[in-house]
Design a protein around this ligand. Structure first.
Ligand code: COI
Length: 356
């Protein structure tokens, strides 16, 4: 249990008046949670302080060798004005899995959840009121040792910032076009694909930019060895409904084990769908598309929730999915997940953690 000190900001920022214009990750609240780690001492000085820049030495390890990990989660306001989280324990545990791979010290999952709840409680007035908007939470840990030696840092900072946000994609729940990346790769066995480390995202930016210039919302990554099997899309997992069954890449080291992904798999199984967590060749997906068997495709992640895909472009082939509109299962998943998250549907799974 952390002994969290709270220092309130002397002046508070004006809160956004038009929640339809929030966008994603553009506005930050008045406070942040911070604690530091020193080898031999452990995590110490947990506190909530006014949101402010960090004074950091230019030789900090994070600037040079990217020893950094993060999480993405949300706080939701229910119709009866309660604030709640969705499966924060999953984020706490995944953060530690990322930490192990990046040689970063673990944080006790109970302390992680306590810190998130404490910040959300202080910032409760920042949790948006409108449908589809939430307080996006970004916990992150970075290495602060001052050295140019390539070794695990002995000092770290863990921080949580909060950002009232709307839909991640400008398209919202409207179906997007996806470019299957056939040149760059995101992950390979033994690397960091299963972690949420900044480096994974840095390496993805060029391909994402190029796809955007061609009119696609995201890239679909193929496996890093054969460039044959589908893995994930830019910032989400991806699922395919073919002949009534669901297919998604397994979490065997190169794919992010998404919290939304595992929730969707549970829901689909509850609803009687067969879910295959297996390597599926892009050629087979395009073939299913050409034969009219590719019924639905959707990305899923905390920020975007569920994002329907209407078109896949791979080399010189294009697969059009369904009739270009959001599929029935995709819509049901979106409605169910957001229903549970915003408290409109009863949580029978123990996924919701109340804050205040
Ligand atoms: C999330 O879905 O929360 C993520 O962390 C993806 C992010 C890179 C926007």
């Amino acid at each position: 249990m952390l002994d969290i000190k709270i220092e309130k900001a002397a002046t508070l920022k004006a809160k956004p008046t038009d929640e339809s214009k929030l966008g994603f990750g553009n506005i930050f609240t008045d406070h942040m949670f911070v604690m530091e780690y020193d080898a031999g001492i452990g995590w110490h000085d947990p506190r909530i302080v006014p949101y402010a820049p960090f004074p950091l030495d230019p030789a900090c390890v994070v600037f040079h060798y990217a020893q950094e990990i993060f999480e993405g989660m949300k706080a939701y306001r229910t119709a009866d004005n309660k604030i709640q989280l969705f499966r924060p324990d999953c984020n706490a545990n995944r953060m530690n899995d990322s930490a192990d791979r990046l040689c970063i010290p673990n944080i006790d999952p109970d302390d992680f959840v306590q810190a998130v709840k404490a910040l959300v409680e202080v910032e409760k007035d920042w949790v948006p009121h409108s449908d589809g908007a939430s307080l996006y939470l970004r916990p992150f840990t970075f290495a602060t040792d001052v050295t140019l030696g390539v070794h695990a840092s002995k000092k770290y900072t863990f921080c949580i910032i909060a950002s009232p946000s709307g839909a991640y994609y400008a398209e919202g729940i409207n179906p997007v076009r996806i470019y299957v990346e056939d040149d760059f790769i995101r992950a390979a066995p033994g690397l960091t694909g299963f972690t949420k480390c900044g480096g994974n995202y840095a390496a993805s930016i060029l391909a994402g930019d190029q796809a955007e210039k061609l009119g696609y919302a995201q890239v679909l990554w193929l496996d890093g060895v054969e460039k044959k099997y589908v893995e994930e899309v830019g910032s989400m997992n991806i699922m395919f409904k073919i002949d009534g069954e669901i297919y998604t890449a397994p979490c065997d080291g190169t794919v992010l084990p998404g919290v939304t992904r595992r929730s969707i798999i549970e829901l689909c199984k509850d609803w009687g769908y067969t879910v295959h967590e297996e390597h599926v060749a892009i050629a087979d997906i395009m073939k299913a598309g050409a034969e009219g068997r590719l019924e639905e495709v959707f990305g899923c992640g905390t920020a975007a929730v569920v994002s329907p895909v209407k078109e896949l472009k791979w080399k010189d082939e294009v697969a059009y999915i369904g009739d270009g509109k959001i599929g029935e299962l995709t819509q049901k998943l979106y409605d169910t997940l957001t229903g549970i998250q915003w408290g409109k549907i009863e949580d029978t799974k123990g996924w919701i953690v109340p804050v205040c």
